[in-house]
Design a protein around this ligand. Structure first.
Ligand code: UDP
Length: 195
């Protein structure tokens, strides 16, 4: 995989099939693998935010979810070819989970939204196992309980929709505590699945 830097932020030069292949390979790994989907705003935010930059640097797959990144890459001759959106990748990964009996957990969105998203996902992908869901407005002192719930659920892929850059930092901070194959930041993806 070809990893380039746009303004010091690593981004993987993948198209959708490559991004899906990579995500699929992550299900075979022992340790938690992290997927982020930064857009131009996040790359700009990372200029002023060392923790966000460290988080992105530590991720296993960083897809270019912003046409501005592709334009910047063209000007800087960096080799990003096409935009790959987080929402589209989430859809592809869900389809893979459906075909291979993988389980998902959704963390994020206002109270009630993750549950609706899970119901809609289950309608479209009946073979997916829904391990659980939790809204994204828990207090900091509830974090340990939220992680415990995730870890007890035996989940394969955790979708984290806390908004950017909160979700990137949250995954980065807790990646050693989370028991899953993959944690993926999905921004407003939870709201989109909730309809
Ligand atoms: N969100 C959340 N907890 C928070 C802040 C935001 O769960 O503390 C959710 C919000 O409800 C929405 C998602 O994060 O579902 C994306 O929020 P936003 O549109 O602000 O972020 P972006 O899509 O631009 O990353």
């Amino acid at each position: 995989m070809n990893r380039v830097e746009i303004m010091g932020v690593p981004i993987d030069a993948v198209d959708m099939p490559k991004a899906v292949d990579q995500a699929v390979a992550f299900f075979q790994q022992e340790n938690l693998q992290v997927i982020y989907t930064p857009n131009t705003e996040i790359v700009m935010a990372a200029q002023q935010d060392p923790i966000l930059l460290d988080a992105i640097k530590a991720a296993n797959l960083v897809i270019p979810d912003g046409i501005g990144l592709i334009y910047a890459s063209k000007i800087l001759n960096k080799g990003l070819k096409e935009r790959v959106t987080g929402v589209d990748l989430m859809g592809e990964v869900l389809s893979y989970c459906n075909q291979h009996g993988k389980s998902i957990y959704i963390l994020g969105g206002k109270p009630g939204i993750a549950e609706v998203a899970c119901k809609n996902i289950q309608i479209k992908f009946p073979e997916i196992c829904i391990s659980g869901f939790n809204d994204g407005y828990f207090q900091e002192n509830e974090t340990a309980a939220v992680i415990e719930k995730i870890n007890q659920s035996n989940v394969d892929i955790l979708f984290v929709g806390l908004g950017a850059p909160k979700q990137e930092k949250w995954i980065f901070q807790y990646r050693d505590k989370l028991k899953a194959k993959i944690a993926m930041g999905v921004g407003g993806g939870v709201d989109i699945w909730a309809g």
